[in-house]
Ligand binder design. Structure first.
Ligand SMILES: *Cc1c(COP(=O)(O)O)cnc(C)c1O
Length: 249
């Protein structure tokens, strides 16, 4: 078998088993499979892997590093121009984002899952408004607030008690659409406990922001727990594409 065919077989098998895992998790939680989106996370893997996922039916992708995302978006834009792919795809920024990347990210991202400060929200609002008026995007930028479940500011995220002012600020920003909440449980914690805290925070937010229905929660290791506690989007990398190289910064 050719190298590319082998990779296709590998990713196809992995995608089938992640879809089966997600379906089983939904069934066990008494939820509809269609209520929980699978967001493949392609960070650290080449555009060719994302293209394979596209061939297998995926139309949304999660990236966590801005520069790397820009390269993959360019690859897909080229493929669309040459007619190699027909359907539009949506790119989600799921990793920590610096304010100086707001202008760039507003050009390619459908949604940002990791907004955790008013300053970042303001920068994204300005950038999205600019991109809208330049015709670089057609719809406001969807943003999710990243919630800190352990209150450790180094990991990013907003403590559950401080969500309301940021939610209101995003709601009133014309370039943004407040879509919901996201979190990554701290290492070594009990995911059921953590996702339950997140679910409660989301229910409170929904009372005043009924359209913020997204709850981005669950990854390779804990998607079942996330589905039990109301996740509407699981972000899965490792189970689809394999383990990433360890990076040191
Ligand atoms: C990398 C990443 C994921 C995917 O994690 P896996 O354990 O590989 O499935 C999910 N969410 C965020 C925020 C990530 O950075």
């Amino acid at each position: 078998m050719r190298q590319t065919d082998m990779r296709l077989t590998e990713i196809s098998t992995a995608l089938d088993s992640v879809r089966a895992r997600l379906a089983a998790a939904c069934l066990a939680a008494g939820r509809e499979v269609s209520d929980v989106a699978l967001l493949p996370v392609t960070k650290f893997f080449p555009a060719s892997d994302a293209r394979i996922l596209y061939e297998l039916g995926c139309r949304e992708f999660g990236e966590s590093r801005e520069q790397e995302a820009v390269e993959k978006v360019a690859d897909f834009d080229g493929a669309a121009q040459s007619g190699a792919i027909d359907d539009p795809v949506r790119w989600h920024m799921i990793g920590q984002l610096q304010r100086n990347k707001a202008r760039s990210v507003a050009k390619w991202a459908y949604a940002i899952h990791s907004v955790d400060s008013a300053r970042l929200a303001d920068a994204l609002d300005r950038a999205a408004l600019g991109a809208l008026s330049d015709g670089e995007r057609k719809a406001p930028l969807r943003v999710l607030i990243q919630v800190s479940l352990d209150g450790d500011p180094a990991r990013g995220g907003v403590p559950t008690g401080e969500l309301t002012p940021l939610a209101e600020r995003i709601e009133s920003a014309e370039g943004l659409e407040f879509a919901g909440l996201m979190a990554v449980p701290p290492l070594g914690s009990d995911p059921d406990e953590q996702f339950e805290i997140l679910r409660r925070a989301h229910l409170l937010i929904l009372e005043s922001h009924p359209r913020a229905t997204e709850l981005s929660a669950g990854m390779t290791g804990d998607l079942e727990a996330a589905v039990r506690h109301g996740s509407t989007c699981v972000r899965v990398g490792t189970a689809l594409l394999g383990s990433r190289p360890v990076i040191s910064r």
